[in-house]
Design a protein around this ligand. Structure first.
Ligand code: NAI
Length: 425
């Protein structure tokens, strides 16, 4: 039986203290969750529920996890990526009387799925996922639990894609909120969070500058536009690769060079993949890259850069810095891969994930979406649902309030005008 993280670390007391310190810092900068936490503590909306979570277990996620526990739920959590857990935070969470954490950094595939099984062993009535692994595993291995599951929430684009594919095949048997798709999540977390956090982690891991370099951004979706904008802001020349003609045009109109990957491969110094797709950088691209290029991935799974092909081409591999592996090619070129091709802002050794403020918004939406599932359990059929817009607005209002920002309100005449069709010149 998989034990919780506390049994697996050398010095649990020190780990707990360090984890608590990280969480206290995050909490200070998460006014949305703080406000929901007070409301949840008073009203206990999750009393009697069991929340199963598979997420990047670091300080901001921990604040969400505690918020759900303090709403009355029993919570079991594990990681959604083998490299993104902060063990100290995991231990600190595990110390909470209503939370069991199985998340540990650096686990192999077997241990990763054992920990997920341990979460499922708590028989969750609500699931909170980042990437869809928990939902997928419950459907594959534990369909008997589905009748007692009220619903779930999904955090990221790749997870929502997976859920929509399941729903189209008639294989999704409980309601799931696409938290990723709300304005309060996607326009901030995917754009600004991924942009800032990926670039800062690349800088910290390599100690190299973006200025004067050519940065190739694969995919100009929400994440890609954030990475491109922030790289340009650091005086890089930005090249975008795309497969969608409209997104390619958007990138062009923003002033970026747009090229097919194989041409970009010959020009780039630093590559960041943000497509959610596989095999975006492959053998033919490695063949034309310059010596010393840096490859990083910010998409959910580690399939965007084909490292099997790069491994086949290389004579040897060497860890040249913490989190940087150099593949030595027979012609003398070295290709540097960060964080084993896993999402660089969360999986590199010193990664901190997205900025705290951004995750306050994403997790604020998670918290109100979980509350909605238990308040209106009959309102949602099996399938993927948008989070109701009024809940997203509620989170935005709390944030504006916390920032001390006032906005205008529609007058009665304006409301009437905006809702009418019989006006003109
Ligand atoms: P999106 O769907 O808005 O953008 C993806 C873009 O990639 C699309 O424009 C698509 O046309 C393009 N694309 C697909 N295949 C391509 C290929 N072979 N070559 C070039 N472009 C290609 O998705 P979004 O929200 O930007 O998410 C992208 C990935 O990042 C997902 O896996 C998502 O789960 C992940 N993500 C990672 C975060 C992080 O913390 N690193 C945060 C949020 C999302």
């Amino acid at each position: 039986m998989t034990e919780s993280i506390t049994a697996r670390v050398d010095d649990p007391d020190a780990a707990r203290e360090s984890g608590r310190q990280k969480m206290a810092w995050a909490r200070q900068h998460m006014p949305i969750l703080e406000s929901l936490r007070e409301e949840f503590r008073d009203e206990q909306p999750l009393d009697g529920e069991v929340v199963g979570m598979a997420m990047h277990v670091e300080a901001k996620t921990a604040v969400l996890t505690e918020t759900l526990a303090e709403a009355g739920a029993e919570v079991a959590i594990t990681g959604c990526n083998p490299l993104s857990t902060h063990d100290d935070v995991s231990v600190a969470l595990d110390a909470h009387e209503s939370i069991t954490s199985y998340a540990e950094r650096g686990v192999d595939d077997e241990a990763y799925y054992e920990a997920m099984e341990a979460v499922i062993g708590h028989e969750p009535t609500i699931t909170v996922d980042d990437g869809g692994d928990l939902v997928f595993r419950i459907h594959e291995e534990h369909p008997d639990l589905i009748d007692s599951i009220v619903g779930g929430c999904e955090e990221t684009t790749t997870g929502v894609h997976r859920l929509r594919a399941m729903a189209e095949d008639g294989a999704l048997d409980y309601p799931m909120f696409a938290v990723n798709d709300t304005p309060m999540k996607r326009l901030f977390d995917n754009v600004h969070g991924t942009g800032e956090a990926s670039l800062s982690n690349i800088s910290m891991t390599t100690n190299l500058s973006f200025a004067g370099k050519t940065v190739v951004v694969a995919g100009y979706g929400y994440c890609g536009r954030g990475v491109a904008k922030k790289a340009a802001g650091q005086n890089a020349h930005v090249v975008v690769t795309e497969v969608d003609p409209r997104r390619a045009l958007e990138a062009h109109m923003e002033g970026y060079e747009v090229l097919p990957m194989n041409e970009a491969a010959a020009e780039g110094d630093i590559f960041v993949t943000t497509t959610g797709n596989r095999d975006v950088i492959t053998r033919e691209d490695f063949e034309v890259m310059g010596d010393g290029v840096v490859l990083a991935n910010a998409g959910h799974f580690d399939v965007e850069i084909n490292l099997d092909q790069l491994g086949d081409m290389a004579d040897s591999r060497e860890e040249v810095r913490d989190g940087v592996e150099a593949y030595q090619l027979p012609d003398g070129r070295r290709i540097n891969v960060l964080a084993e091709g896993r999402l660089v802002n969360l999986a590199s050794p010193i990664a901190l994930g997205h900025p705290v403020e951004v995750m306050d918004q994403s997790f604020g939406v998670q918290a109100v979406a979980v509350r909605e599932l238990v308040e209106n359990p009959d309102a949602y059929d099996a399938g993927v649902h948008e989070v109701p817009d009024d809940l997203d607005r509620e989170v935005a209002e709390v944030k504006l309030d916390a920032e001390g920002i006032d906005i205008d309100a529609l007058s009665a005449e304006q409301e009437e005008y905006m809702g009418s069709w019989d006006h003109g010149t």
